[in-house]
Design a binder for this molecule. Structure first.
Ligand code: 13P
Ligand code: SF4
Length: 310
């Protein structure tokens, strides 16, 4: 679109000049994802790309915990966030100190953190997981007791899925939820099914167990996209942030999506202007810094995920 053209050109020129790569989560605005992003996808895919990156600079158009993860994995790169306010209700629900206290209460538990967590929480955890590998990794751990943080609803979904797989584990959780996914409602899903025969319902594992049970497919944003691209249905209801629906509308123009739009206020703080500013002359608040001991311990927990991920 003509409105975005000058900034898009400027950012793409700056990228070369600064030897930078731009990682974009699927929830951010399309002018960023398609106009200037080098890689677009879910948390797992973007972590892999951050780890492989050879660029001097990584601009993470997503939220702060994702940029911190990139810094943990690529410590020599300058990692910047367009907006330091782009938090996450899950990551912000638990501090490293709070996790240390929880660990003291459950000393025999394996500590598993969802990637939507701070570097301090990762540094205190045994293994990190994403929405795409959580069930496989938790199933593979030798410990019977799992302390899973910070997503209570995902923890409940793990309990259900492991029971279905016949894997016996005790799952203890902390009390965070995603403010975008915790409001989807199973009654609304039933109502949509009645109104749209043949509807396929596709949910993220940050949704409630009732919503997950009412869905045809539950998975990471990457897996949700794959499910839609490889299935045939007259209508789809996507129970996730509506940036993902935007991507699907662009990439599968013949499919029909019903339902309203739920925005993540943190992801939507990203803009082309802020990406340009972070690239051209990053302010101190846009540059991700971590103390080396925290970074090293957090890297161990993410590396364990790469070892165990299917
Ligand atoms: P994905 O890794 O599935 O993209 O999830 C990230 C996220 O923040 C979902 O709310
Ligand atoms: Fe965090 Fe939810 Fe936003 Fe994802 S959608 S970044 S989990 S607040």
């Amino acid at each position: 679109c003509r409105k975005f053209a000058p900034l898009t050109l400027e950012i793409n020129r700056l990228k070369k000049e600064k030897d930078a790569v731009i990682l974009t989560h699927s929830y951010v605005e399309p002018e960023i994802v398609y106009g200037v992003g080098d890689f677009k996808g879910d948390s797992y895919f973007l972590s892999l790309k951050a780890r492989e990156a050879k660029a001097k600079m990584i601009v993470f158009a997503g939220v702060v915990f994702m940029a911190e993860t990139a810094k943990i994995l690529s410590p020599d790169a300058t990692v910047v966030v367009p907006d330091r306010g782009s938090g996450c209700s899950l990551a912000d629900s638990l501090t490293g100190d709070q996790l240390r206290k929880l660990k003291a209460a459950y000393p025999d538990a394996a500590v598993v953190c969802y990637i939507n967590s701070t570097a301090d929480v990762k540094a205190e955890s045994d293994v990190c997981v994403t929405s795409g590998n959580v069930y496989d990794i938790v199933s593979a751990l030798p410990q019977q007791r799992i302390l899973f943080v910070p997503d209570r609803l995902m923890g409940e979904n793990i309990r259900t899925e492991l029971k279905r797989r016949g894997v016996a584990k005790e799952i203890i959780t902390s009390d965070g939820t995603c403010i975008v996914h915790d409001v989807f409602d199973a009654a609304a899903v039933a109502d949509a099914r009645a109104r749209f025969p043949g509807l396929k319902v596709v949910a993220h594992p940050e949704c409630t167990p009732e919503v997950a049970a009412a869905a045809d497919f539950v998975g990471s944003t990457g897996a949700m996209m794959k499910y839609v691209k490889t299935s045939e249905a007259p209508y789809y209801l996507m129970l996730t942030e509506c940036g993902l629906v935007g991507r699907l509308q662009v990439e599968t123009p013949d499919k029909h999506f019903i339902g309203g739009c739920r925005l993540c206020p943190y992801m939507k703080l990203n803009s082309l202007e802020k990406v340009r500013d972070a690239l051209a002359a990053p302010r101190a608040d846009q540059i991700v810094t971590l103390d080396e001991d925290t970074r090293r311990r957090a890297a161990r927990c993410i590396d364990r995920m790469f070892e165990l991920a299917p």
